[in-house]
Design a protein around this ligand. Structure first.
Ligand SMILES: NC(=O)C1=CN([C@@H]2O[C@H](COP(=O)(O)OP(=O)(O)OC[C@H]3O[C@@H](n4cnc5c(N)ncnc54)[C@H](OP(=O)(O)O)[C@@H]3O)[C@@H](O)[C@H]2O)[C@@H](O)CC1
Ligand SMILES: [K+]
Length: 645
């Protein structure tokens, strides 16, 4: 779509749903800088206004405010200096603590003219107008003074590093970060909770919280979690990806007017577009044409998972559910939903593994009639799942390695598509929990795996990666991408912010940084696509929530037009992200909570009232999420663009 035709609302929505990597952001900013657009001044002015509003929200008059700017030597520090100057001109007491070896010259001039004070921490610093060089003793005293300034500040503006950061924070920047946020204190799980618990000082991050991995969402070392991050031009991946997203606080995005047409984002959120993946029933539909889900879930030990996954699928806009499992589980399934069919038959999508223990999980069951204990393995369920998954195994000839695109078989290119046999003819499948260790080595992308961090680590170990749960939690995007690369499956890594990695549709356009104004070249064939979904409240962390997601996933896969998911590489990821969104959205309805693991940023200057945190809601159990599905679907089908709850 042409940029001219992009309405304000569409642009806003695109900016709120997409994050671009640093190289792309720099390339998008270049044409504007070449035209002399004063981006730094615009950024600084917006940051000052947001700070002013934050003070106002806490009944602090800017003229009475104590503000400390932590400034690095780069342009991020420059933004901070201009913002600090504006706040000083408004009457605030502002001190800049310089953590680097220099300061942005023009910014420093503006700041000193506004009457602000300066404290330099780095003995190596060379800053005009400031006497250079001091000993270790004085460096210690200056650090002590800096700590006191920070402790007595109402607001700290964090402008040490932005998109120019590399690796973990070093030197005085690292020391300041450790002082403000001592090591071991974990980032808050929800950005609706301020890192300072409402106590002073509030932290306003300039562009990004200093110290976080801007492109990969990691936390490589010390960092300063923010109450508000004023982000410039476009979201960077750190604003969306865990764990860094939890350090950003409320994100306010300043729209510089980047041309985002045709630009491939690094990370996207599906948000209320999930509604477009729901199939509206037609008068001519039968239960079969609406989609049939097959489930091999639950086990003798965990029959509840069979109930939760089957009722979730049953309530998620399809025609029928077929359940396969042990007698006790099937009996419970039928008691809860008599319309569910037990036994084999044709299905449009599967979910397998929820509530099925893994191979090494022997367990003991009491035989009520004899009173004896016996050891069982969940053999029948596992055998059925293994036999089914076997049909999805890609052989060396059809992995598509030879065409250089993981998981895309040669016969799937263009009109040569042949879904008539082999793994590509199989219905889409959600592989969960106890079925993950049965996943064939390589599978097509219409196999969607839904591990949590521990399960993903175990799966990766089966593929030879030395990785444990904490490594996956620290770098969830890296490992989700790796699992997709190794297996070919669409990967949905569960968490407060869920990450979905799958194949992308085709080559996209990305801007190439160069000196002339030729803006868009095809520079990369992006083979994968990444979504995040964080629509659920924290109440959703409850037993059985994963079983419900598997049911929703199978239902969403089943209601796509038959064969489409196999034909369109990106459809699996989009459908998986939609399922995750619906799951979280239904949980929000069930708990009457408008808290979310991830919220789109506010666009600076745009009208609209933030609702987050207004309704913390109440606890729920997994069945409540199932019960809320029809309402969730009504809302999402009715209006997939403007939603409230
Ligand atoms: N995008 C946009 O549209 C616009 C962007 N703008 C702004 O520019 C910012 C980018 O500025 P930038 O390129 O100068 O880099 P920046 O973030 O200041 O970092 C470099 C400094 O950090 C230091 N440093 C690095 N790593 C470090 C470490 N580990 N530990 C400690 N220090 C470390 C590094 O030190 P050095 O390595 O040189 O010794 C250097 O001093 C961007 O985030 C936004 O705020 C707006 O003004 C206009 C519109
Ligand atoms: K910063």
């Amino acid at each position: 779509m042409d940029e001219m035709m992009m309405t304000k609302q569409m642009r806003r929505s695109a900016l709120q749903r997409n994050a671009y990597d640093v190289e792309t952001v720099r390339a998008m900013e270049r044409p504007l800088l070449n035209r002399g657009v004063p981006l730094m001044r615009m950024a600084a002015s917006a940051a000052a206004q947001v700070t002013d509003e934050l003070l106002d929200e806490h009944d602090i008059d800017v003229a009475d405010a104590n503000i400390v700017l932590l400034a690095g030597a780069g342009d991020n520090g420059g933004d901070g200096l201009y913002a600090a100057a504006q706040l000083a001109r408004a009457g605030a007491q502002v001190t800049t603590i310089a953590v680097g070896e220099s300061l942005h010259i023009q910014g420093l001039l503006a700041f000193t003219h506004s009457g602000g004070r300066l404290l330099v921490l780095n003995p190596e610093a060379s800053i005009p107008g400031v006497s250079n060089g001091f000993g270790a003793g004085e460096a210690g005293e200056r650090l002590q003074a800096a700590m006191e300034l920070v402790q007595h500040a109402d607001v700290v503006l964090d402008a040490m590093t932005g998109i120019g950061v590399h690796g973990p924070l070093q030197g005085p920047a690292a020391t300041m970060a450790q002082m403000l946020h001592p090591a071991g204190e974990s980032a808050k799980g929800s950005h609706t909770t301020p890192c300072t618990n409402g106590e002073k000082p509030f932290v306003v991050a300039i562009d990004t919280p200093s110290g976080i991995g801007v492109n990969d969402g990691t936390l490589p070392g010390s960092y300063i979690p923010a109450d508000v991050t004023v982000m410039f031009g476009a979201m960077k991946p750190c604003a969306m990806l865990p764990p860094a997203t939890f350090t950003c606080g409320r994100v306010v995005l300043i729209d510089f007017g980047f041309d985002i047409t045709h630009i491939v984002p690094a990370v996207s959120s599906i948000d209320n577009k999930a509604g477009t993946m729901l199939r509206r029933p037609k008068p001519t539909d039968s239960k079969y044409s609406r989609g049939v889900v097959g489930l091999i879930t639950g086990s003798v030990k965990y029959p509840g998972a069979a109930v939760l996954s089957s009722t979730a699928a049953n309530h998620c806009n399809i025609g029928m559910v077929r359940y396969l499992g042990p007698a006790n589980a099937a009996d419970m399934v039928l008691r809860n939903a008599p319309e569910i069919v037990t036994g084999k038959g044709r299905v449009q999508a599967w979910a397998v593994g929820s509530g099925v223990p893994t191979a090494d999980a022997l367990y003991v069951i009491e035989d009520h009639t004899s009173g004896r204990h016996s050891t069982h393995t969940p053999d029948a369920q596992r055998e059925a799942i293994a036999a089914l998954l076997n049909h999805y195994a890609l052989s060396d000839e059809n992995t598509g390695e030879s065409v250089g695109n993981a998981g895309i078989a040669p016969n799937r290119r263009g009109s040569d598509l042949d879904c008539s046999n082999g793994p590509w003819a199989m219905p889409p499948i959600c592989v969960d929990a106890g079925a993950l260790d049965l996943l064939p080595k390589r599978v097509p992308q219409h196999v969607v795996i839904t591990p949590h961090a521990g399960e993903l680590a175990a799966l990766l170990r089966l593929h030879g990666e030395q990785v444990d749960t904490s490594a996956v939690t620290a770098e969830p995007w890296r490992w989700a991408k790796r699992a997709h690369e190794l297996t070919g499956a669409t990967v949905l890594l569960k968490g407060a912010v869920t990450i979905i990695v799958g194949d992308s549709e085709m080559a996209g356009m990305a801007p190439q940084e160069n000196d002339d104004e030729t803006e868009h070249h095809i520079v990369a064939h992006k083979a994968t696509t990444t979504y995040i979904s964080g629509s659920g409240p924290a109440w959703l962390a409850t037993a059985g929530a994963g079983d419900v997601l598997a049911g929703i996933m199978a239902a969403m896969l089943a209601q796509q037009n038959e064969g489409q998911i196999q034909q369109h590489p990106s459809l699996s990821a989009t459908t998986a992200a939609s399922a995750s969104y619906i799951h979280g959205y239904a949980a929000g309805l069930a708990s009457q909570s408008n808290e979310q693991g991830w919220e789109p940023p506010e666009i600076f200057g745009a009208k609209g009232i933030r609702q987050s945190g207004e309704n913390p809601g109440h606890p729920i159990v997994a069945g409540d999420v199932v019960a809320a599905l029809p309402q969730a679907i009504e809302n999402l089908l009715g209006n997939s663009h403007e939603l409230t709850r």
